[in-house]
Write a protein that binds this ligand. Structure first.
Ligand code: ZN
Length: 305
Protein backbone atom coordinates (compact mmCIF):
# COMPACT_ATOMS: atom_id res chain seq x y z
CA UNK A 1 0.00 0.00 0.00
CA UNK A 2 1.54 3.32 -0.92
CA UNK A 3 1.74 6.02 1.72
CA UNK A 4 -0.75 8.40 0.08
CA UNK A 5 -3.34 5.65 -0.18
CA UNK A 6 -2.79 4.72 3.47
CA UNK A 7 -3.33 8.35 4.53
CA UNK A 8 -6.53 8.55 2.50
CA UNK A 9 -7.77 5.33 4.11
CA UNK A 10 -6.92 6.62 7.57
CA UNK A 11 -8.77 9.88 6.81
CA UNK A 12 -11.83 8.01 5.54
CA UNK A 13 -11.97 5.80 8.62
CA UNK A 14 -11.86 8.91 10.85
CA UNK A 15 -14.72 10.50 8.94
CA UNK A 16 -16.67 7.27 9.26
CA UNK A 17 -16.04 7.10 12.99
CA UNK A 18 -17.03 10.73 13.50
CA UNK A 19 -20.25 10.17 11.62
CA UNK A 20 -21.24 7.12 13.64
CA UNK A 21 -20.50 8.91 16.91
CA UNK A 22 -22.59 11.96 16.01
CA UNK A 23 -25.47 9.80 14.84
CA UNK A 24 -25.35 8.00 18.16
CA UNK A 25 -25.29 11.29 20.04
CA UNK A 26 -28.26 12.56 18.06
CA UNK A 27 -30.34 9.53 18.89
CA UNK A 28 -29.29 9.79 22.53
CA UNK A 29 -30.23 13.45 22.62
CA UNK A 30 -33.86 12.74 22.10
CA UNK A 31 -35.81 9.49 21.95
CA UNK A 32 -36.75 6.72 19.57
CA UNK A 33 -39.28 8.12 17.09
CA UNK A 34 -40.11 4.55 16.13
CA UNK A 35 -41.07 3.73 19.72
CA UNK A 36 -43.12 6.93 19.99
CA UNK A 37 -45.26 5.82 17.04
CA UNK A 38 -45.37 2.19 18.18
CA UNK A 39 -46.61 3.12 21.66
CA UNK A 40 -49.39 5.41 20.43
CA UNK A 41 -50.41 2.78 17.88
CA UNK A 42 -50.50 0.05 20.51
CA UNK A 43 -52.37 2.06 23.16
CA UNK A 44 -55.01 3.18 20.65
CA UNK A 45 -55.53 -0.31 19.22
CA UNK A 46 -58.84 -2.15 19.76
CA UNK A 47 -57.13 -4.42 22.33
CA UNK A 48 -57.40 -1.62 24.90
CA UNK A 49 -61.12 -1.07 24.20
CA UNK A 50 -61.00 2.70 24.50
CA UNK A 51 -59.43 2.60 28.00
CA UNK A 52 -62.51 3.65 29.95
CA UNK A 53 -61.81 4.07 33.69
CA UNK A 54 -62.45 0.82 35.56
CA UNK A 55 -62.72 -1.33 32.40
CA UNK A 56 -60.63 -4.35 31.36
CA UNK A 57 -59.10 -2.23 28.59
CA UNK A 58 -58.02 0.35 31.13
CA UNK A 59 -56.34 -2.36 33.25
CA UNK A 60 -54.45 -3.58 30.17
CA UNK A 61 -53.32 -0.02 29.42
CA UNK A 62 -52.16 0.38 33.03
CA UNK A 63 -50.05 -2.78 32.85
CA UNK A 64 -48.62 -1.73 29.47
CA UNK A 65 -47.58 1.73 30.73
CA UNK A 66 -46.08 0.38 33.97
CA UNK A 67 -44.07 -2.20 32.02
CA UNK A 68 -42.69 0.52 29.75
CA UNK A 69 -41.62 2.64 32.74
CA UNK A 70 -40.01 -0.38 34.43
CA UNK A 71 -38.11 -1.29 31.28
CA UNK A 72 -36.72 2.26 31.16
CA UNK A 73 -35.60 2.09 34.82
CA UNK A 74 -38.04 4.76 35.96
CA UNK A 75 -38.52 4.43 39.73
CA UNK A 76 -42.01 4.02 41.20
CA UNK A 77 -43.19 7.12 43.15
CA UNK A 78 -45.76 4.97 44.94
CA UNK A 79 -46.23 1.25 45.55
CA UNK A 80 -46.08 -0.55 42.18
CA UNK A 81 -46.30 2.88 40.48
CA UNK A 82 -50.00 2.96 41.40
CA UNK A 83 -52.11 5.56 43.19
CA UNK A 84 -55.64 4.13 43.48
CA UNK A 85 -58.65 6.37 44.19
CA UNK A 86 -62.44 6.20 44.35
CA UNK A 87 -64.94 8.71 43.01
CA UNK A 88 -68.56 9.07 41.96
CA UNK A 89 -69.63 10.19 38.51
CA UNK A 90 -73.31 10.42 37.51
CA UNK A 91 -74.17 8.52 40.70
CA UNK A 92 -71.93 5.62 39.73
CA UNK A 93 -68.94 4.57 41.85
CA UNK A 94 -65.63 4.23 40.03
CA UNK A 95 -62.20 3.01 41.03
CA UNK A 96 -59.40 4.81 39.19
CA UNK A 97 -55.63 4.37 39.29
CA UNK A 98 -53.00 6.99 38.57
CA UNK A 99 -49.60 5.72 37.41
CA UNK A 100 -46.67 7.59 38.94
CA UNK A 101 -42.97 7.29 38.07
CA UNK A 102 -40.07 9.22 39.54
CA UNK A 103 -36.72 10.54 38.26
CA UNK A 104 -34.41 12.09 40.84
CA UNK A 105 -33.09 15.55 39.94
CA UNK A 106 -29.31 15.99 39.69
CA UNK A 107 -29.22 19.57 41.05
CA UNK A 108 -32.52 20.25 42.84
CA UNK A 109 -33.89 16.86 43.91
CA UNK A 110 -36.20 18.47 46.50
CA UNK A 111 -38.20 20.31 43.82
CA UNK A 112 -40.54 18.52 41.43
CA UNK A 113 -41.76 19.05 37.91
CA UNK A 114 -44.84 16.96 37.06
CA UNK A 115 -45.07 15.84 33.43
CA UNK A 116 -48.53 14.47 32.76
CA UNK A 117 -50.99 12.97 30.30
CA UNK A 118 -54.17 10.92 30.78
CA UNK A 119 -54.46 7.27 29.79
CA UNK A 120 -58.24 6.89 30.09
CA UNK A 121 -60.64 7.60 27.25
CA UNK A 122 -64.29 7.02 26.36
CA UNK A 123 -64.35 3.22 26.10
CA UNK A 124 -67.04 1.49 24.04
CA UNK A 125 -70.33 3.28 23.26
CA UNK A 126 -73.16 1.79 21.17
CA UNK A 127 -70.84 -1.04 20.21
CA UNK A 128 -68.18 1.31 18.84
CA UNK A 129 -64.69 1.55 20.29
CA UNK A 130 -63.44 5.08 20.95
CA UNK A 131 -59.71 4.47 20.62
CA UNK A 132 -58.58 7.97 21.54
CA UNK A 133 -55.33 7.97 19.59
CA UNK A 134 -54.89 11.72 19.80
CA UNK A 135 -56.91 11.95 23.05
CA UNK A 136 -54.73 10.99 24.79
CA UNK A 137 -52.64 8.01 23.73
CA UNK A 138 -50.51 10.73 22.10
CA UNK A 139 -49.71 12.28 25.48
CA UNK A 140 -49.04 8.92 27.15
CA UNK A 141 -46.70 7.77 24.41
CA UNK A 142 -44.88 11.11 24.73
CA UNK A 143 -44.54 10.46 28.49
CA UNK A 144 -42.78 7.19 27.67
CA UNK A 145 -40.49 9.10 25.28
CA UNK A 146 -39.64 11.49 28.11
CA UNK A 147 -38.65 8.46 30.19
CA UNK A 148 -36.40 7.31 27.33
CA UNK A 149 -34.91 10.76 27.03
CA UNK A 150 -34.02 10.90 30.74
CA UNK A 151 -31.75 7.86 30.40
CA UNK A 152 -29.10 10.01 28.71
CA UNK A 153 -30.31 13.42 29.90
CA UNK A 154 -31.12 13.33 33.60
CA UNK A 155 -33.17 16.36 34.70
CA UNK A 156 -31.87 18.98 37.17
CA UNK A 157 -35.15 19.03 39.12
CA UNK A 158 -36.85 15.84 40.18
CA UNK A 159 -39.55 14.74 37.76
CA UNK A 160 -42.81 12.95 38.43
CA UNK A 161 -44.04 11.12 35.35
CA UNK A 162 -47.82 11.04 35.82
CA UNK A 163 -50.22 9.02 33.70
CA UNK A 164 -53.56 10.15 35.12
CA UNK A 165 -56.78 8.16 35.06
CA UNK A 166 -60.39 9.45 34.81
CA UNK A 167 -59.66 12.73 33.03
CA UNK A 168 -62.67 12.18 30.81
CA UNK A 169 -64.91 11.76 33.86
CA UNK A 170 -64.01 15.16 35.33
CA UNK A 171 -60.22 15.40 35.81
CA UNK A 172 -60.64 13.00 38.75
CA UNK A 173 -57.12 11.47 38.68
CA UNK A 174 -55.24 14.76 38.67
CA UNK A 175 -57.61 16.20 41.27
CA UNK A 176 -56.87 13.25 43.56
CA UNK A 177 -53.14 13.53 42.89
CA UNK A 178 -52.85 17.19 43.88
CA UNK A 179 -55.10 16.79 46.93
CA UNK A 180 -53.27 13.67 48.14
CA UNK A 181 -49.79 14.47 47.03
CA UNK A 182 -47.08 11.97 47.82
CA UNK A 183 -44.41 14.70 47.87
CA UNK A 184 -44.76 17.94 49.89
CA UNK A 185 -47.40 20.11 48.17
CA UNK A 186 -45.18 23.19 48.01
CA UNK A 187 -42.35 21.24 46.35
CA UNK A 188 -44.23 20.90 43.05
CA UNK A 189 -43.01 23.86 41.00
CA UNK A 190 -44.68 23.27 37.66
CA UNK A 191 -46.95 20.94 35.68
CA UNK A 192 -46.41 20.25 32.00
CA UNK A 193 -49.54 18.56 30.70
CA UNK A 194 -49.88 16.92 27.26
CA UNK A 195 -53.34 16.13 25.92
CA UNK A 196 -53.94 15.82 22.16
CA UNK A 197 -50.58 16.55 20.55
CA UNK A 198 -50.47 14.30 17.48
CA UNK A 199 -52.26 16.12 14.65
CA UNK A 200 -52.71 19.59 13.27
CA UNK A 201 -53.85 20.86 9.88
CA UNK A 202 -51.98 24.10 10.53
CA UNK A 203 -48.79 22.64 12.09
CA UNK A 204 -49.57 24.49 15.29
CA UNK A 205 -48.98 23.32 18.84
CA UNK A 206 -50.44 25.56 21.52
CA UNK A 207 -48.83 26.24 24.89
CA UNK A 208 -51.57 27.27 27.28
CA UNK A 209 -50.92 28.90 30.66
CA UNK A 210 -48.26 31.50 29.89
CA UNK A 211 -50.77 34.16 30.97
CA UNK A 212 -50.39 33.08 34.57
CA UNK A 213 -46.59 32.93 34.85
CA UNK A 214 -44.03 35.33 33.46
CA UNK A 215 -41.14 32.82 33.44
CA UNK A 216 -43.16 30.38 31.37
CA UNK A 217 -44.33 33.21 29.12
CA UNK A 218 -40.71 34.11 28.44
CA UNK A 219 -39.74 30.51 27.68
CA UNK A 220 -42.56 30.09 25.15
CA UNK A 221 -42.24 33.48 23.47
CA UNK A 222 -38.46 33.13 23.06
CA UNK A 223 -38.68 29.56 21.80
CA UNK A 224 -36.55 29.08 18.67
CA UNK A 225 -38.38 27.12 16.00
CA UNK A 226 -36.23 24.46 14.33
CA UNK A 227 -38.71 22.36 12.31
CA UNK A 228 -42.07 23.01 10.64
CA UNK A 229 -44.18 23.14 13.77
CA UNK A 230 -45.14 26.45 15.42
CA UNK A 231 -45.34 26.68 19.19
CA UNK A 232 -47.89 29.37 20.00
CA UNK A 233 -48.91 30.77 23.38
CA UNK A 234 -52.61 31.41 23.90
CA UNK A 235 -55.99 29.81 24.60
CA UNK A 236 -55.80 31.00 28.20
CA UNK A 237 -58.45 33.67 28.24
CA UNK A 238 -56.39 36.61 27.11
CA UNK A 239 -56.97 36.29 23.36
CA UNK A 240 -60.02 35.73 21.17
CA UNK A 241 -59.43 31.94 21.18
CA UNK A 242 -61.38 29.45 23.29
CA UNK A 243 -60.10 29.42 26.89
CA UNK A 244 -58.48 26.04 27.69
CA UNK A 245 -57.34 26.92 31.24
CA UNK A 246 -59.67 24.28 32.71
CA UNK A 247 -59.87 21.86 29.76
CA UNK A 248 -57.61 19.05 31.02
CA UNK A 249 -55.58 17.85 34.02
CA UNK A 250 -53.45 21.00 34.26
CA UNK A 251 -56.58 22.66 35.73
CA UNK A 252 -56.15 20.65 38.95
CA UNK A 253 -52.65 22.13 39.37
CA UNK A 254 -53.80 25.63 38.43
CA UNK A 255 -56.51 25.51 41.12
CA UNK A 256 -53.75 24.88 43.69
CA UNK A 257 -51.74 27.85 42.42
CA UNK A 258 -49.12 25.66 40.72
CA UNK A 259 -47.81 27.11 37.42
CA UNK A 260 -48.60 25.00 34.37
CA UNK A 261 -48.10 24.70 30.65
CA UNK A 262 -50.61 22.70 28.71
CA UNK A 263 -49.64 21.47 25.24
CA UNK A 264 -52.45 20.68 22.83
CA UNK A 265 -53.86 21.14 19.35
CA UNK A 266 -57.11 22.59 18.05
CA UNK A 267 -60.14 20.31 18.23
CA UNK A 268 -60.47 18.28 15.03
CA UNK A 269 -63.24 16.43 13.21
CA UNK A 270 -62.45 13.13 15.00
CA UNK A 271 -62.40 14.66 18.50
CA UNK A 272 -64.40 12.38 20.83
CA UNK A 273 -65.62 10.22 17.94
CA UNK A 274 -64.85 6.55 17.15
CA UNK A 275 -62.54 7.88 14.39
CA UNK A 276 -59.85 9.24 16.69
CA UNK A 277 -57.60 6.46 15.40
CA UNK A 278 -53.87 5.97 14.85
CA UNK A 279 -54.42 6.13 11.07
CA UNK A 280 -55.63 9.72 11.41
CA UNK A 281 -52.72 11.21 13.36
CA UNK A 282 -49.98 13.20 11.59
CA UNK A 283 -46.75 11.34 12.44
CA UNK A 284 -44.36 14.09 11.28
CA UNK A 285 -46.21 16.74 13.26
CA UNK A 286 -46.37 14.46 16.29
CA UNK A 287 -42.63 13.67 16.35
CA UNK A 288 -41.80 17.36 16.03
CA UNK A 289 -44.34 18.32 18.71
CA UNK A 290 -42.75 15.90 21.20
CA UNK A 291 -39.28 17.30 20.45
CA UNK A 292 -40.60 20.82 21.07
CA UNK A 293 -42.15 19.80 24.38
CA UNK A 294 -38.91 18.14 25.52
CA UNK A 295 -36.93 21.25 24.50
CA UNK A 296 -39.38 23.43 26.42
CA UNK A 297 -39.01 21.13 29.42
CA UNK A 298 -35.23 21.62 29.27
CA UNK A 299 -35.57 25.40 29.28
CA UNK A 300 -37.93 25.27 32.25
CA UNK A 301 -35.61 22.84 34.06
CA UNK A 302 -32.94 25.58 34.11
CA UNK A 303 -35.30 28.03 35.87
CA UNK A 304 -35.76 28.51 39.59
CA UNK A 305 -39.33 29.07 40.67
ZN1 ZN B 1 -57.93 14.39 26.63
Amino acid sequence: MNQRFAIILLFLSFVGLAQTTSELQDSQNFFSEEDLLLNIKTLSSDTFEGRRTGSEGSKKAKVYIINQLKALDILPLSKNYEQPFLFTHHEKQYKGTNILGFVRGTAHPENYMVISAHYDHEGIKNGQIYNGADDDASGISALISFAQYFIYNPPKHSVIIAAFDAEELGLEGSKYFVNNTIVPANSIMVNLNMDMISRSETNTLFAVGTRYNKNLKEVVSNFKKTGNVNLLPGHDGEDSLEDWTFSSDHASFHKQGIPFLYFGVDDHEDYHTPNDDFENIHPEFYKEAVKIIISTFNLIDTLTF
